[in-house]
Structure formats: C-alpha cells, structure tokens
Design a protein around this ligand. Structure first.
Ligand code: BJW
Length: 233
C-alpha cells in the first residue's frame, strides 16, 4: 500500500526554540531591525553593506544553533509516511535534522545569488559575503533570499505538492506573507489540516483545522509518535 503523504508547511516558529527569532512576535522588530529595512530590494540598493552585514550575522548565527525536538520529530515521520517539507525559513535546520524532501520558498542562507541574475546561485556556506565578492557574471554576490516584492520561484511546485497531500501540517507561521500563505488553499477537498502554533489567535487561521496551541518542540514529538503508532494520520 502506498504511504500516506504528509505535507508540512513551516515558518519561523519551528526554529524559535533553537534560538532563532521569529519575524512578528517582537513588536514588529526582528533582530532589532524593521523587516522592510533589510528584506527588500530597495533596502539593498540603498545600503548594500547594511543588508550584507545583517545576513552575515544571521548566517554566522546558524553555526551556534541546532535543530530542536520539532525538526527532529518531522524527520522521524519519514519512518512510516511520505513527507514533503515546504519551509518559508532560510535556515538549514530541517536539513541538519535529516529531513529528505525540503523545499525552501524564501531561499537559503547558505547560498548566494548574483545581484544581476537570480538564477545564478551557488553554495556559499557559513562565512560572510563581503562587498567585492563577485559572481561569474561580474556582479556582487547577494544572499539567496526572497525579499518583499520579489517573485517566489518555488511557489508553483509547492502548490502542486500541496495538491497531492493526504494531510497538511502547518507549524509556526503567522500565514501573513503571500503567496506562501495561500498554499493552505491548494489542498484537495476533505484533506485534514493540523496547525501547531502557540499564537494568541482567537480562531484558527484555517477553518476546520485541529489547532494545537503549543510550541513546536513540545507538541510535535507527541503528535508524531501518535501518528507513527497508528500508522496513519
Ligand atoms: C511558534 C513558536 C514555537 C512562535 N513553536 N510556533 C497585500 C496582500 C497580499 C500580498 C501582498 C500585499 N502587499 C504586498 C504583498 C506581497 C508580499 C506580502 O505578502 N506582504 C504581506 C506582508 C502582506 N509578498 C511578497 O512580496 C512576496 N513576493 C511576491 O508577492 O511577489 C509577487 C511578484 C510576482 C512577479 C514579479 C514580481 C513580484 C515575497 C515575500 C518574501 C518574504 N520574505 C521574508 C524574508 C526572507 C528572508 C529572510 O528570512 O530574511 O520571508 S519576510 C518573512 O516573513 C520571511 C518569512 O519566511 C515570512 C513569513 O514569516 P513566518 O515564518 O510566518 O514568521 P512570523 O514571525 O510571521 O510568524 C511566526 C509564527 O510562529 C507565529 O504565528 C507565532 O505564534 C509562531 N511561534 N514561537 C511554534 N516555539
């Protein structure tokens, strides 16, 4: 019998207990910056050095953190299910937890792209990107991340993956940013949704979802153990 397909949509909340800050839990301030001052092409045009420094700090921070019980539980889910992870995060904690099918919607900190050509992408690792570090096309390397106002290249593939889900698990995202947030509407009729997020929202962001109002690291191990015991979601 074919394995059930669980599609997992993750956001900043899953990495919070590893020590990485979310975007919208701190009075709109994120690592002491307004997100629009560092995560837009306009910000990069205005002050490249500031934007590169900001992402250099976040890239360096990756060497100080590790996957938490939430990331590890999602890897364990692969023992009995087909699992696709669609993440809005640019950290590499799902990779380091060992998950095998990961789709980064908003890019990856350990990669760089040409300022001129977003399709010219290279693995970079954890070291800083400096002014003068050039892509083969002669333009400055920039972080391989999707800023506000830029297209999200992986969205069509992610939508197709959601259309084949037998269950959708949404973890640690405010669903405030599009087109990623719209993915929850791609699932087939009748597919159940589980949300894991301790946020103070009155109604679940997805109608009819089973909303577990706990943190990822506390809720996911127990939930996933239950699914593995049952052999089905
Ligand atoms: C826990 C927890 C724990 C806490 N356990 N949970 C008006 C309407 C609709 C759309 C738009 C609009 N105006 C503009 C737009 C478009 C815009 C957008 O959506 N804006 C909204 C703000 C309204 N979108 C875009 O611009 C996108 N591009 C686009 O639309 O292109 C169109 C186009 C087509 C063709 C040509 C040209 C253009 C691009 C969006 C890129 C987003 N980029 C960022 C930065 C990436 C790089 C980086 O990380 O630096 O992505 S912004 C930031 O938000 C980041 C995140 O991936 C993303 C989502 O945030 P997330 O993950 O949901 O985090 P939070 O903080 O919001 O939520 C955390 C959650 O965790 C909370 O619920 C907590 O409760 C919970 N939590 N602790 C579990 N322990």
């Amino acid at each position: 019998m074919a394995k059930q397909h669980i599609v997992v949509l993750t956001g900043a909340g899953i990495s919070a207990e590893s020590g990485l800050k979310t975007f919208r839990d701190n009075d709109g301030l994120w690592e002491n910056y307004n997100v629009y001052e560092v995560a837009t092409p306009e910000a990069y045009s205005k002050d490249r050095e500031l934007v590169l420094r900001f992402y250099n700090q976040r890239r360096a921070q990756l060497t100080e953190v590790k996957p938490n019980a939430g990331h590890l539980a999602l890897q364990k889910l692969e023992d009995k299910f087909k699992v696709s992870i669609i993440t809005q995060n640019i950290d590499d904690l799902h990779e380091r937890a060992g998950s095998s099918d990961i789709h980064h919607l908003h890019g990856e900190l350990v990669k760089v792209q040409s300022t001129r050509n977003p399709n010219l992408v290279e693995h970079w690792g954890y070291h800083p990107v400096e002014i003068g570090d050039k892509a083969p096309d002669g333009s400055q390397w920039r972080p391989h991340v999707v800023w506000f106002g830029e297209p999200v290249p992986g969205i069509s593939k992610a939508a197709k993956i959601c259309q084949t889900a037998d269950h959708l698990l949404v973890v640690g995202t405010s669903l405030a940013v599009y087109p990623a947030a719209g993915l929850v509407h791609e699932i087939a009729p009748g597919v159940n949704v589980t949300v894991v997020d301790p946020g103070e929202m009155e109604d679940s962001p997805i109608r009819g979802a089973n909303h577990i109002r706990k943190s990822a690291a506390s809720a996911l191990p127990e939930l996933i153990e239950k699914w593995l015991d049952r052999g089905m979601v």
